[in-house]
Design a protein around this ligand. Sequence first.
Ligand SMILES: [Zn+2]
Length: 249
Amino acid sequence: MKFCCPTCGREEEIIADRNPLCLSCHVSMLPESDYSELWMSPYIAIRRMATISETVGIERARLDSQFKREREAWTTAVFALALHKLNGEQWWIEIETIDNTPDTKLRQLDQSSGNNVIQTRSVEVVDWEENVDDIMQVISKKCGRAYPSHYILLVNARNSGKALDFDKVIEEMKGKQSPFLEVWVVALVGPDDMKIVRVAPAALSIDLKLRSELEIAKKQMPFVERGTRGSGTEMRDLGPLYLPIPRRK
Ligand SMILES: [Zn+2]
């Protein structure tokens, strides 16, 4: 099993010892975790993609199928930041590890009724790539498939070289049959500026300064697991976790 030292960051493959200490810092090392049932804060999901870019290079981080789930988590995290800016809601991102769909889930614990109720938004993520001229081609293809009606479609407009006319997309969506509850487009429009636009059913636009929103998001519990106490549901703060960068399968 892989372990990581929370102090110096040293990673080591350790077979026999379940609670190893770092040889240089003498603190307990963290065992490797995985995505199963794990809720990550938007800050963690966005930082994680930055770490992958720094480790393997921007091109591979952008294109390698090895990091598809991390890219989808990144797009979902930007969407979560937009929702937070819009109405103060705090969401965590869960990567789907068993089923083919949805790609990710937004999770939160709603205590407004006096009970703890888990709120979930199921999210399909699709990239609009350079080789596709019109974003509507990407959306139309997704809308042509059968998805449960509570799913949200998130389009990551990675195609920064091409013009994106949101008004035109919104207009074209009005005449389109869509299986999705909502369709949103996430686009980088400046070095630190993102635009998150709902293009269906009703237009809504949120502007984000990524760096300052991340500063706010940093305060959110980084890793949460849903737990149960008696018959109730609760959220457990897992503290720091060690999630190694995915290896090639
Ligand atoms: Zn150490």
